[in-house]
Design a protein around this ligand. Structure first.
Ligand SMILES: O=C(O)CCC(=O)C(=O)O
Ligand SMILES: [Fe+2]
Length: 361
């Protein structure tokens, strides 16, 4: 039997390769103690995340009603399934196949994209200073895709051409969708259109493809540590129909049954900050199972690097003081990546203390 060391990618191991080995007990570094993984299902009594119909948002007679619904959902839930999203199903289906094929490539091929020392982009998992941290049961591929000048030469441009081309088409369709959604959200928030465009147009865009192998002890591991996304909005595609995504609402983890043709859209921390706390980012995580691998692809839509993350000026007045600090996007992103994922703690660091003391982040 091969030793796990031979599956090293950067500072982590390929969990996909590890999971191929005969194994009854998983290695200790994957055993997760601090999360209640047993809360998996409470049957039908659990609430389900809302659905928003894109068709109804942009055309027809019910646009105002659907916009009001979107507004309420972003305030109350911070997440929804988006149906009738209008993105070409040809592109989506092709992308699903290409991503699965990518993960089926031999390890040596995928290693060309491995995360380099000191970087966060590429294939693998970043393990921070504390090497003893529990490692998620997953392999990831994260990269910045916009602005084009920030693309790493050995990542997107070097992907197998069919995957790269399909990703390009998908990204440009999703960019339009994300801008439309952000535009509608900010319209509902009554935020000045110019302000929104100055911040989000041609903003930072990134993608994360995640492969969660089946696990012999699924209740002992975390596929993806609980976190909220440090984004404007995130659009999640479930690639191979296997469920495992969960959201935390009122302290309870709710499994999300992602509809086959839907995207899951969630409010990120940047939008919570920009809306001065009106919209809420939501904590989520991914669990794994013992039967089948799960694959997802998340696209993150952010302000441009030159902008500042902070509450929108339109929403502030003496009765509505800023609840969050302002920080340059560049610093916001680098601070985010220097920390371990930990629920909504990153957002909490941006909050202005009630006593008004502004301890800089
Ligand atoms: O894999 C999933 O379902 C969730 C992915 C996610 O939350 C992320 O990449 O930030
Ligand atoms: Fe996420």
């Amino acid at each position: 039997m091969e030793s796990p060391k031979e599956h090293c990618i950067g500072s982590s191991l390929s969990v996909q390769e590890l999971a191929k080995e005969p194994m009854l007990l998983i290695p200790q570094r994957y055993v997760c103690f601090d999360e209640d993984l047993s809360i998996r299902s409470h049957g039908s009594s659990l609430p389900t995340i809302p659905t928003i119909d894109m068709d109804q948002l942009v055309s027809g007679e019910t646009t105002d009603l659907e916009l009001e619904k979107l507004h309420l959902v972003c305030k109350d839930w911070g997440i929804f399934q988006l149906v009738n999203h209008g993105v070409s199903s040809l592109v989506v289906e092709k992308l699903k196949n290409e991503v699965q094929e990518f993960y089926n490539l031999p390890l040596e091929e995928k290693m060309r994209y491995k995360i380099k020392a000191g970087d966060v982009e590429g294939y693998g998992q970043t393990i921070l200073k504390n090497e003893n941290q529990t490692v998620d049961w997953a392999d990831r591929f994260y990269m910045i895709t916009n602005p084009v000048t920030r693309r790493k030469a050995h990542l997107l441009p070097e992907l197998p051409s069919s995957l790269r081309e399909t990703l390009e088409s998908y990204m440009s369709e999703l960019q339009k969708l994300a801008m439309t959604l952000l535009g509608l959200m900010l319209k509902a928030l009554k935020i000045d259109k110019g302000e929104m465009e100055a911040m989000f147009e041609d903003g930072m865009q990134a993608v994360r493809m995640t492969y969660y192998p089946p696990c012999p002890q699924p209740k002992k591991v975390m596929g993806l540590t609980p976190h909220s996304d440090a984004t404007g909005i995130t659009i999640l595609l479930q690639v191979n129909g296997v469920q495992g995504f969960q959201v935390k609402r009122d302290g309870i983890w709710i499994p999300v049954n992602i509809l086959p043709d839907a995207f899951v859209v969630n409010v990120g921390d940047v939008l919570e900050i920009f809306s001065n706390g009106l919209y809420k980012s939501i904590e989520h995580r991914a669990t794994v199972n013992s039967e089948k691998e799960r694959i997802s692809l998340a696209m993150f839509f952010n302000p441009k690097f030159q902008s500042e993350v902070g509450p929108s000026a339109t929403l502030l007045d003496p009765q509505n003081p800023p609840l969050f600090k302002r920080v340059g996007m560049e610093k916001y992103v680098s601070d985010f990546f220097s920390r371990k994922l930990d629920g909504k703690s990153f957002l909490e660091r941006m909050r202005i203390a009630e006593n008004g003391v502004d301890d800089t982040i």
